[in-house]
Design a protein around this ligand. Structure first.
Ligand SMILES: [Mn+2]
Length: 426
């Protein structure tokens, strides 16, 4: 299945008049449309290999048909998505769910779709078939040095796999922790984890980064050994200049002020990247911007204010890493990703609209009313025509979701792959 320039052209013709009208209106209302457009056109967000299949819960999973059956088909799906939005030109692999059999061939396939490889992700939160020692009681924190060794070696293997693909970062997320008070000596667990992370860090190529992702709870419910940004930052600071904290929006306790965390990590030069998703209660992994779009905007407001996205351009070494990490039970995974990428672009464009000079002077005058008005005036501006215009200039469709349905992408994929396919990795 391929989305061709012909598809896009025919689609854009239908939507052209409406786009001109709404863009004209918006550009008459704001004064920095061109500058925002340039930034939107440079903006890319990575797609994880596990988001192309229907997600599940621990109660059930309902595959939607035509799901990718192999790494090659996952790359093809990200290629489709990138053709639809022109802003998801990177894929993030999860090892061992997606071990490339032929690294060079996979690299070429990705390049042919305009994709590069973002951070690789290790997995010591599950036992794999043929694994010698179990991670039931933790991996890098484990009381048994042999288990820690096995987990360290896995991470080093993931770095090697990533190197072969041209990745430049590894994300380490640990489910390590404890379910009951007294089960774990906190300080020993921290020290064991730090020692393990040091061994992995020592295996990093010079130009690589290590992202340490934290999570407040689940699967451990009493303590997590990397439970919040404070613990992640402790590890990152102790490890050195190549180690950073990674913020997953769903990994906080309810009502945490994520934008403040983002601001401070940025200030410390330790914000490595994001996993975007949305949630109502916990780590719900819902579509980005579906529940709390204002929070997403406030996060982007901090990113823009801290200059973090100036370097978030294609293939940039100094860029913070942006990835979607969402997966659920009820939507077509590709449609879900189209919505997520668009929500991120909208929040970014709105953040670029904030009158920073006016905000600063209102802050210095302690004018809380004016501060709120400035932020909300940007947030309430409908910037969808700008996002569409950026896509159009990159050769994309004005309405990616519309095109996806018009062309019957899912129907085609079901025809090619079958109705009862199961994406690898779950
Ligand atoms: Mn994550």
């Amino acid at each position: 299945m391929k989305i061709t320039p012909k598809h896009i052209e025919a689609h854009n013709q239908v939507h052209w008049a409406h786009q001109v009208k709404r863009l004209d209106y918006l550009t008459s209302e704001i004064n920095n449309a061109e500058a925002i457009l340039e930034k939107l056109m440079d903006f890319q967000v990575a797609i994880p290999s596990w988001a192309l299949g229907t997600g599940g819960t621990r109660f059930g999973r309902y595959p939607g048909g035509g799901e990718p059956r192999s790494l090659e088909e996952k790359i093809e799906d990200v290629g489709l998505l990138h053709a639809l939005n022109r802003s998801s030109g990177a894929i993030s692999l999860h090892i061992p769910w997606d071990i490339p059999k032929d690294g060079e061939a996979i690299k070429q396939l990705a390049a042919s779709q305009g994709l590069r490889f973002d951070a690789v992700n290790s997995n010591t939160f599950q036992d794999q078939d043929n694994q010698v020692l179990s991670y039931k009681f933790g991996s890098l924190q484990h009381v048994d040095k042999a288990v820690r060794r096995q987990a360290v070696e896995h991470n080093i293997e993931v770095i090697k796999q990533g190197e072969a693909l041209g990745s430049e970062a590894i994300t380490v997320w640990l489910s390590d922790g404890s379910c009951f008070p007294g089960q774990l000596n906190f300080r020993r667990a921290f020290q064991n984890t730090l020692e393990s992370l040091r061994e992995i860090y020592a295996a990093l190529p010079k130009h690589w980064k290590m992202f340490i992702e934290y999570k407040a709870y689940e699967p451990n419910f009493y303590s997590m050994t990397v439970g919040d940004w404070g613990q992640s930052l402790l590890y990152a600071n102790k490890l050195g200049g190549q180690a950073y904290t990674l913020v997953d929006l769903g990994h906080h306790l309810p009502n945490a002020n994520i934008e403040q965390i983002v601001a401070l990590l940025l200030m410390e030069g330790k914000l490595g990247g994001f996993h975007f998703n949305d949630s109502k209660y916990g780590d719900d992994d819902l579509t980005v911007g579906s529940i709390r779009p204002y929070q997403l905007f406030l996060i982007f407001n901090e990113l823009v204010d801290g200059g973090a996205l100036e370097s978030a351009i294609r293939n940039s070494q100094s860029a913070i890493s942006l990835m979607i990490d969402a997966s659920h039970n009820v939507k077509d995974p590709l449609e879900d990703l189209v919505q997520s990428v668009e929500a991120i672009q909208v929040a970014y464009a709105q953040a670029l609209l904030v009158d920073r000079k006016a905000l600063e002077s209102a802050q210095l005058e302690n004018d809380a009313v004016r501060c709120q008005e400035i932020l909300q005036s940007a947030f309430r501006t409908d910037v969808r025509s700008l996002v569409a215009e950026a896509r159009l200039r990159l050769g994309g469709p004005l309405e990616p979701l519309g095109l996806f349905r018009e062309v019957g992408v899912r129907k085609e994929l079901i025809k090619e792959r079958g109705l009862k396919t199961l994406a690898t990795g779950f």
